[in-house]
Design a protein around this ligand. Sequence first.
Ligand code: HEC
Ligand code: HEC
Length: 163
Amino acid sequence: MALDFTNFARVFAVAMLLMAAAMSVAYADDDDDDYKFNVNNATWKSECGACHVAYPPGLLPAESWRAIMSGLARHFGSDASLDAASAHEITAFLEKNADTGKHELSDKPLLRITETRRFKSEHSEVAARHWKNPRVKSRANCGACHTTADSGDFSEDNVKIPR
Ligand code: HEC
Ligand code: HEC
């Protein structure tokens, strides 16, 4: 009996180790679970963070960023035009760190993060009254609730909905 139990314990321990290894591989492959984005470009940060939080490149696919960058003169009712060198540098940074998930690809690139399926599913439990709160004003005002949005950290732990 004692011997059987030891064997069982060994087999069990090995099985748990294998499971843990399989799980960590699964997590590493799922980029949707990574809510700390690359925000490491000074030109992008100052130019694209002048009117709103600089939205991390990982929130939209490259097609969307290209469409946004080619329409800056008429940018959501604002003129956000840039000199050619800055535009070039920022476009390269956005493309390199864009969302590569296939789930947002469509014929017409979305220009708003807040219209992506990913945004909608991540916020499906946020009540309508919070979006209407004058301290939030717009869904695009990420920093109203994501206290560490400036550093590219959108993890749940740092969310604080204003009352
Ligand atoms: C002159 C001000 C201004 C500058 C500079 C600016 N934006 Fe914007 N941007 C806006 C306004 C206004 C909106 C609409 C915000 C809203 O709907 O609440 C917006 C919205 C956006 C949105 C959509 C947000 C959403 O999901 O609803 C993206 C993406 C965006 N900007 C990217 C950029 C990028 C990239 C740059 C730098 C190249 C940039 N913006 C620079 C004014 C600006
Ligand atoms: C009204 C407050 C509010 C605003 C504004 C808001 N969010 Fe959120 N967001 C939340 C809440 C609350 C959650 C957590 C939902 C949950 O419990 O799963 C969340 C979750 C997320 C997550 C998933 C985090 C995780 O760890 O699961 C991401 C990514 C995210 N938001 C990005 C954004 C972006 C980008 C913007 C702006 C374009 C934005 N949010 C605007 C409240 C907000």
